[in-house]
Design a protein around this ligand. Structure first.
Ligand code: TMP
Length: 213
């Protein structure tokens, strides 16, 4: 019997958009359908990726060049694709990833001004054709997200960026979503957590239709 390949879903959004709350709700929803789920994150998700995460997010590393940051994000991703995502999908599990390649286009491309062609080349190399079926984008005005995130303790190296940086990140995410409406679902993250979860589970419905029960 051939195993049906699992589904790959990524979750994106700016600061304070409510990704963590939504991830917990989505996990419950997907597992409630009897589907084995691998929940992972970027940068990170593997031993090597988590080590990379601590390098890129450490506020002490303020001298990190934009090019180095971009390469480190893709180094983490390359490992995650090979060690976690592709094997899980091949085994029929679903993968829900807290950020994926769109984050590099938004943060390193939009935010830091790295050329899109450079990111696309790294994507071809690191992702090996592994793309989400569905990308949920939690969209929120920058000021609202920053106000929500303000009480969370020490900011990491990226969170200390100026509002203008996060405006570029948001614009870049929205442009990508508009360019690929078949893959993206943009969710208004200023709604209540329950309304956000409802919108997200609705977006997942077509995927369940094809899943083995
Ligand atoms: P978070 O996943 O806890 O929100 O933190 C990860 C941070 O790393 C967040 O500020 C976004 C940033 N990031 C990038 O800049 N590029 C990337 O490719 C990824 C995956 C994350």
């Amino acid at each position: 019997m051939t195993t049906v390949r699992g589904k790959f879903i990524s979750l994106e959004g700016g600061e304070g958009a409510g990704k963590s709350t939504l991830l917990a709700g989505l996990r419950e929803c997907i597992e409630g359908h009897g589907i084995e789920l691998v929940l992972t994150r970027e940068p990170g998700g593997t031993g090597i990726g988590e080590a990379v995460r601590s390098i890129v997010l450490d506020p002490l590393h303020h001298g990190l060049a934009a090019e180095t940051e971009l390469l480190l994000m893709f180094a983490s991703r390359s490992q995650l694709v090979r060690e976690v995502i592709e094997p899980a999908l091949r085994a029929g599990r679903w993968v829900l990833c807290d950020r994926y390649v769109d984050a590099s286009y938004a943060y390193q491309g939009g935010g830091r001004g790295q050329p899109v062609e450079r990111i696309a080349e790294l994507e071809r190399w690191a992702c090996d054709g592994v793309q989400p079926e569905l990308t949920l984008l939690l969209d929120l005005p920058v000021a609202v997200g920053r106000a929500r995130a303000a009480g969370r303790g020490d900011a990491d190296r990226i969170e200390v960026e100026a509002d203008a940086f996060f405006e570029r990140v948001r614009a870049s995410y929205r442009e990508r979503a508009a360019a690929e409406p078949g893959r993206f679902r943009v969710i208004d993250a200023s709604q209540t957590p329950a309304a956000v979860l409802l919108a997200a589970t609705r977006a997942l419905t077509p995927l369940f239709g094809e899943a083995p029960r």
